[in-house]
Each structure stands twice: as C-alpha cells, then as structure tokens.
Ligand binder design. Structure first.
Ligand code: PEP
Ligand code: MN
Length: 417
C-alpha cells in the first residue's frame, strides 16, 4: 500500500501533526477539533489576507525601489495577465502599460524560458527578456511573475527582481527538477505558484508542494492549467475540475485558474473563467498580448488587454466564503460534466462509424435495418449493463434512441445521390 499520504500537507480530521503551507498549527485553526470538512477549512482557516492573497504579498514589499504588491480586497480575485512569452522590449512594455490600466489586474506574467513541445520553436529571450520584464515592472508598478525550470533560472530571476515564480506543468511532472528548484530557493520566501503536472496525477502535484514547503517556502499557491489528453476535446488541456478541488481538500492553498492553457483558444475563455469563479477559484491567469495574432507562442489563445477588460467586466465574481455545499458538490459536478463531454464524444464517434456502415450498405445494396443483428446487440447490452447495475429501462431507452439515430443517418445516406 502506498504510504506517502502520511506526508501530505493535509487537512484531515484525525491528524494533529499537520504540515501547513502557511505555518498555521492544527490547534489554532480550529477546524480539526470541530471536525469541519476540510473544504470549509480552506476559506475559514487560512489567516485573513492570505486566503484572498495567495502570496502574503503585503509582507514582501521589497527593500529597493521596486513597486510593492497591492493586495486585492476580499471580494476580488487575483488576476495574473501578460504574454505567454516576453518577446521584445516594445511588446512587453506596451502590453504591461495597457494591462496596468485595468484595475482588476494584480500581476504581470511573462515567460522568459519557454518549454516547447517540439524543437526549433521560439524558446524565449532568456536573460535579455528579464531586463525588459524589469523595465515593465518599473514602468507600471505591477509585480511580475515568470516561469523557472532550473536553478539557473531561479538565480537569474532573483537577480532581476522578479517578484514571484511559477513552476510549469512540464517541470512539476519531474520530482528531480522540482527538488532542484526547492533547493535553489531554500532560505528565501519567494512566492511560488505551482502548476498542475501535465498528467492528472494529484499526488505528484501535492508532492511538489511538499518539496517547496520542506525547503522553507511558505507562500505557495496552485495554478490549475488543465491536463494533457489524447482524445479529441474542445479544450487544449482537459480541465478535470475535480482534481484542483481535491487538491484544496488536501492542502490549504489558493488556486488560480489558468484559463488560457486550459482552453487553447479565445472562444472558450469567457465561459471557462466564469466556471472557475463559480467553483470558487482564487484568481485567474490569462495570457494577454498587445498583438495576439503576431505572438511567437500560443497565438491562438492570447487576447488583447482590451479584450481582457471586456471579459473581466462580463464575469461574475463570487463571494469566496459562500463555499459550503456548492464547493463540496463542485468536484462531483465537475466529474459529471467531464463524463457527459466524453459521452458526447463517444456518441459522435459511434455515429461516424454507423455512417461508414451506411456507405457500405448503399454500395452493396443491403437494407438499412438488420433486425436480427439489432436484437442480438440489444440482448448483449442488457445482460452486460445489468451486471454493471444499470436498469433495463435505461439501457432500452438509451440504445433505442442511439439505434434510431443510426437508422435515420443510414437512411439519409441511402437516399443521397
Ligand atoms: C505558460 O504558462 O506559458 C506555460 C508554458 O504553461 P504550462 O506549464 O501550463 O504549459
Ligand atoms: Mn503559453
């Protein structure tokens, strides 16, 4: 049996030696002794300010002239916006200046080292990009965040005054890399935002939090950016909402939803952002570019700062404390949504195959309805379905409807010239 559960930063009901990402003891948080489900703990136990404010930003005003973070008020969320990649001085400055005009925007993102799936693509500007990112920070007063994947990245990001770091989905899958980053950051308390790993492996995500926490980093937040999948899907990365929700049941960390990498296109952004807010996320990450169509990376999913302003004004931000039943059910509802989406994909695939059979029947002059075959298929489905605990009524209804649709499609094919 796997035993790493015992090391989780975990809000269970029975343990008293809980590691807590904000260093809050199990005695003082009150939730454990009260036996309150830990989903409720997320909003009620985190010290005020930190629940709304993933990185305890008021404490990390930097000693030099760099701009201080501003803390979003309790009824607003973190909005991290900026280009997928820092491409040029003009691009990052223009994007940052436009974003700074949007009051909801709390942080400027910009990728300096880009993890690309295939070789020979644009891999980021490296150190030069950090110079421009620092200029954008100074020009706008926005705190800046970038992705680090190696200890060298960490060192350079610190050198150029980057305020917070995120660890990318491709890095979080590798515990060696995560440990190297955690070691490189030991002794600092830089805010670290940890993206979910590309694979839907919750323990791997939790493990990354544990590694940073054990290195003494206490200002940790999660970024939900969806999960790689093989099947066709409207999303670039399947959201699997139940996974970040389960994360917040196990860890007391805020979750920022990276709608850009979940959607992979502009069309789905608005609805996905609203869904994330409805599920009580603590903020959004949205890729913005002054000229998205010309972006060197992720052009299809980036939006202009103007489009971001419009999008934000159309969103309904939910009260975070309302959680309770809604939040508990959100995981299961997310699972239902994912299953329904899969059912649709399966139905569409079945109809495609059925159409191919229709073409064959037409070519070979075979009748559409083959009653013996259908009776046999339905008998099999009823037997197998009943073993799975499904009622004959359901099986009959669903498969009669599916069969009927197939017949109609094949009949249309027969009639086509
Ligand atoms: C990014 O944020 O641009 C990025 C590369 O993200 P991810 O690690 O989620 O793919
Ligand atoms: Mn990107």
């Amino acid at each position: 049996m796997e035993s790493n559960m015992t090391n989780d930063i975990h809000l269970g009901t029975e343990r008293t030696d809980i590691l807590h990402p904000y260093g809050v003891s199990s005695e003082s948080d009150g939730c454990l002794s009260a036996g309150v489900p830990s989903t409720t703990c997320l909003s009620s136990c985190v010290p005020t300010g930190l629940a709304q404010n993933p990185v305890g930003v008021q404490d990390i005003k930097q000693a030099d002239s760099s701009p201080a973070f501003t803390t979003p008020s309790t009824d607003t969320s973190w909005i991290i916006a900026g280009p997928c990649s820092v491409e040029s001085e003009a691009q990052i400055l223009a994007t940052a200046q436009a974003l700074a005009q949007i009051p909801e925007v709390t942080m400027l993102r910009g990728g300096i080292w880009k993890p690309r799936t295939r070789p020979d693509a644009f891999e980021g500007r490296g150190e030069q990009g950090l110079v421009w990112l620092r200029e954008a920070k100074q020009a706008t007063g926005l705190p800046v965040i970038t992705e680090v994947a190696t200890p060298e990245h960490v060192e350079l990001a610190m050198k150029y005054g980057v305020d917070a770091l995120w660890v990318g989905a491709r890095t979080v899958v590798n515990p060696f890399s995560v440990q190297q980053l955690a070691d490189a950051l030991r002794g600092t308390d830089v805010p670290v935002f940890i993206k979910n790993p590309v694979a839907p492996d919750l323990n791997l995500w939790v493990g990354a939090f544990e590694r940073f926490y054990k290195s003494g980093l206490t200002r940790l937040a999660a970024i939900h950016r969806g999960f790689a999948h093989y099947k066709e899907s409207p999303y670039r990365n399947a959201p699997m909402w139940e996974i970040p929700i389960e994360l917040t049941r196990r860890l007391d960390v805020p979750v920022i939803t990276d709608v850009s990498h979940i959607c992979g296109n502009r069309e789905l952004l608005q609805a996905t952002a609203q869904k994330a807010l409805d599920l009580a996320c603590d903020g959004l990450m949205i890729e913005c570019h002054i000229n998205p169509d010309e972006a060197l990376t992720d052009a299809q999913q980036q939006i202009t700062p103007d489009a971001l302003r419009t999008m934000l004004s159309a969103l309904t931000f939910r009260a975070k404390q309302a959680g309770g039943v809604e939040r508990d059910l959100a995981g299961l509802r997310g699972e239902i949504d994912d299953i329904d989406a899969e059912l649709l994909q399966l139905l569409a695939r079945r109809m495609e195959v059925s159409a191919r059979i229709g073409e064959y029947k037409k070519l070979n002059n075979v009748a559409v309805v083959q009653m013996d075959r259908w009776k046999h298929v339905l008998e099999e489905l009823l037997a197998v379905g009943q073993d799975m605990g499904l009622s004959p009524i359901l099986i009959n209804k669903v498969f009669e409807a599916v069969h009927q649709e197939s017949i109609e499609r094949q009949t249309r094919i027969m009639g086509d010239d």
